[in-house]
Write a protein of this length. Structure first.
Length: 421
């Protein structure tokens, strides 16, 4: 989410400038009025008063018209929370974990993107909870999880994910779902713990994520990658200026500037107002210091050379309009994974799991259904048929390996996802 952090900072500074300009206009008018009142002069022009009042209203109340302009009406995701527990993370942080859904069959463990929290998975809760066990956890320093005393790293997040998995019933298969930095965490876990693959963990789902330094797989990467030393310096300053930035971020949220940045950078289509406001609120609630440290951790991470050793069924989503993680990152991941399967969603931005939740969750549900059938001791003959390369967890795809789902923005690029038994 480094690109979103950069754009959010620029928009927040612009919002603060408008607030300061409004305050100056109001003070200018008051000072002129006070002088005129004291000396008995004619009342000064009220233009600064009206301009200042209008700009101040935008600075403090702009969120509402911004949501009306940038979002669309739509079904509001239910605000549901499962049973929650706190478990110790591998790095010393207390991790907030929520468990819900079916009590039998596979457990889907969801790891959210950076600057967000488990609340971002509202649609997945509603769409998948009836068939599968669901586990949502907050990454260290975000949501309700504590901060790690040892600092932030993708490797540390992967060990925290290991701790979450260890806390689950060991008689049920686990499927890991990761979005953005969550996908980076899942890949790192798989690379560090091959003994867990095809045993405790039976499959992975990677959503709009990368395999290396995000500066290399985002839009304008040729410009931003050489600026990495400058970006790192700014992020380090954020950790020092965190209290001031926190206030600035909330002012940007009130003005709707955060919503505008999130819409332009995070979404490929027009999200519902609830989706846009939920995403913007989660970003605003997070500590700027925590977000900066996590972004710094991403700049020194790569799993590219280890992808070929992550040998288990994998579904990889790539958004055609994703600016934060360009779709070629998903192509690279799916091609390198021995059992990778690419699903390209043409209209999806980086927040594809939210804005295109129905499609993402349908695909995940179909993918996980196989493991539910397998866990229920399906006869061997049925398993062979279901696992055959021709089936690929879906009917054979016509026209050069692409399967149309009735929406031209949603195309599944099919390749064998799992091997025959």
């Amino acid at each position: 989410m480094i690109l979103l952090a950069i754009v959010l900072r620029l928009f927040a500074l612009g919002s603060l400038a408008i607030f300061a300009g409004a305050a100056w206009l109001l003070w200018r008018w008051y000072d002129a009025w006070h002088v005129a009142e004291t000396l008995g002069l004619a009342e000064p022009s009220r233009a600064p008063l009206w301009w200042g009042a209008g700009l101040m209203a935008f600075s403090l109340l702009g969120r509402v018209p911004m949501l009306m302009l940038l979002g669309r009406s739509g079904k509001t995701a239910p605000a549901v929370r499962g049973d929650s527990v706190t478990i110790p993370g591998a790095d010393g942080a207390n991790l907030h974990v929520e468990m819900e859904g079916a009590t039998t069959g596979p457990i889907l463990v969801f790891t959210h993107g950076w600057a967000l929290s488990a609340r971002i998975w509202a649609e997945a809760r509603a769409d998948l909870g009836a068939r599968f066990g669901l586990v949502f956890w907050d990454l260290p320093g975000l949501g309700r999880s504590g901060r790690p005393p040892a600092g932030y790293s993708i490797e540390g997040f992967a060990e925290d994910l290991h701790a979450v998995i260890d806390s689950l019933p060991n008689d049920r298969p686990v499927i890991l779902v990761g979005h953005s930095i969550g996908g980076m965490t899942v890949q790192t876990f798989c690379a560090r713990h091959p003994e867990q693959l095809n045993d405790r963990v039976v499959a992975i789902v990677l959503e709009n994520t990368t395999h290396t330094n995000p500066l290399e797989t985002m839009i304008f990467s040729r410009v931003l990658k050489p600026l990495q030393p400058v970006i790192e310096l700014v992020l380090k300053l954020d950790t020092v200026l965190s209290p001031a930035l926190w206030v600035m971020n909330w002012q940007a949220w009130l003005s709707g500037s955060t919503h505008l940045a999130a819409r332009l950078v995070g979404f490929g289509t027009r999200p519902t107002r609830e989706q846009l406001d939920r995403t913007s609120l989660l970003i605003t609630r997070g500590s700027p210091a925590v977000q900066a440290r996590g972004n710094l951790a991403m700049l020194h991470w790569s799993v590219t050379d280890r992808l070929a050793r992550i040998d288990l069924p994998a579904m990889v989503f790539a958004g055609g309009r994703d600016l934060v993680t360009k779709d070629h990152a998903g192509v690279t991941i799916s091609a390198a994974l021995p059992q990778g399967r690419l699903i390209r969603v043409e209209d999806a931005g980086h927040m594809g799991p939210v804005e295109k939740a129905a499609f993402y969750n349908e695909q995940i549900g179909d993918f996980a259904e196989f493991f539910r059938l397998l866990h229920s001791r399906t006869p061997v003959s049925s398993r062979r048929s279901f696992l055959s390369p021709d089936a690929d967890l879906a009917p054979p795809a016509p026209h050069g390996g692409e399967r149309d789902h009735g929406d031209p923005s949603m195309v599944v690029h099919v390749r064998p996802a799992v091997r025959p038994l």
